[in-house]
Ligand binder design. Structure first.
Ligand code: GH3
Ligand code: MG
Ligand code: MG
Ligand code: MG
Length: 312
């Protein structure tokens, strides 16, 4: 909210976190030894707004997957270095690429060989020359399914935030990046104050709405590069790469105040709530687990000293 604007009373009713996540452009990696074929495929997909990267050497496919992070692979069957099926087998040996869709696009018309390719890690088989409309339709439907699967694996369904496990994984990765860059990172652990009373007094569904409203506020206020996770029931993990503990304190204290100001409507009146947070930072704590523990210890102090506050 810009300064001076009153907070909407019904923050909880305007959000649908899962629907409001803007759709990022689809990314497709095309692996084909023929530059001409790659070019034609690339153009057909780009006409539909898809971001395409082409690769003529299948031996480099793992690097390309890591760097480009595609939503789908279009794989040629016959290439001088190795076959598409061999490339797919290597890809599937890596856990993180276990479910990325692999669609073959090849001149191979032998049904038996096509079926073999599908058995060994492929999701679909298209033949050249391809119909651009059909190619785009297959690519779109496979990617939408894959994205939905990933969202449910990595995100919490109530809030759309990162789930517990993913929060920790992302925090660890951010710490490694900070170590490499010699930059700082601040971690805050947030916990809603007296939340049991909310459930007891107003009911569990209202409690859920409150949890969604904090998630919404955090998403509104923090940067895209920040890590926001639902760490537990009404506990949130917030990591700010590049920020010092003091900078995180300033940012989070503003959010704390705004949350405390929200009037949650209930029957003919309203109620107000608060949260507390503890902040710790890298490099003072240089491992994910230690950082979380440190922030949690400080959170406990914030609770003990009266709640509705952020401590460092
Ligand atoms: P404190 O200020 O010390 O944090 O007090 P508290 O009552 O918030 O205590 P605590 O953090 O231990 O309580 C968490 C409560 O949050 C327990 C549980 O009933 C409730 N809760 C946890 N997850 C959910 C959820 O997904 N939905 C709802 N409605 N309530 C939840
Ligand atoms: Mg070929
Ligand atoms: Mg709690
Ligand atoms: Mg609590």
């Amino acid at each position: 909210f810009p300064e001076g604007t009153p907070l909407p009373a019904i923050v909880t009713q305007i959000l649908d976190l899962n629907d409001s996540q803007e759709q990022e452009a689809f990314r497709v990696l095309v692996v084909d030894d023929s530059p001409t074929a790659s070019h034609v495929i690339k153009r057909a997909l780009e006409e539909n707004g898809i971001i395409v990267r082409t690769l003529t050497d299948p031996m480099a496919v793992l690097d390309a997957l890591h760097q480009f992070n595609p939503d789908l692979l279009l794989l040629d069957m016959y290439m001088p270095q190795c076959t598409g099926v061999e490339a797919a087998r290597v890809i599937r040996q890596h856990n993180e690429f276990l479910s990325v869709p692999i669609v073959y696009l090849s001149g191979e018309t032998d049904l038996g060989l096509q079926i073999d390719a599908l058995r060994l890690g492929g999701d679909h088989f298209l033949t050249k020359p391809f119909n651009p409309l059909f190619l785009n339709a297959i690519v779109k439907s496979k990617i939408e399914r894959y994205r939905a699967l990933r969202r449910s694996m990595y995100h919490d369904s109530l809030t759309g935030l990162l789930n517990h496990t993913t929060s920790k994984t992302r925090l660890d990765a951010a710490i490694e990046a900070a170590r490499r860059d010699g930059s700082s990172l601040a971690l805050a652990m947030l916990d809603i104050d007296h939340f049991k009373k909310v459930n007891d007094t107003y009911g569990h569904p209202i409690g859920d709405q409150i949890i969604r409203s904090i998630a919404w506020l955090l998403k509104q206020r923090l940067r895209r590069s920040d890590i926001i996770g639902r760490y537990g029931g009404e506990e949130f993990l917030v990591a700010l790469p590049g920020a010092t503990e003091m900078e995180a304190m300033v940012t989070l204290d503003q959010i704390r105040q705004d949350f405390a100001d929200i009037r949650h409507p209930y029957s003919s009146g309203h109620f107000q709530l608060s949260f507390s947070a503890g902040i710790a930072g890298f490099p003072a704590f240089d491992q994910g687990d230690a950082l979380i523990k440190a922030a949690d210890d400080v959170l406990y102090i914030a609770k003990r000293s009266g709640r509705n506050r952020i401590c460092i």
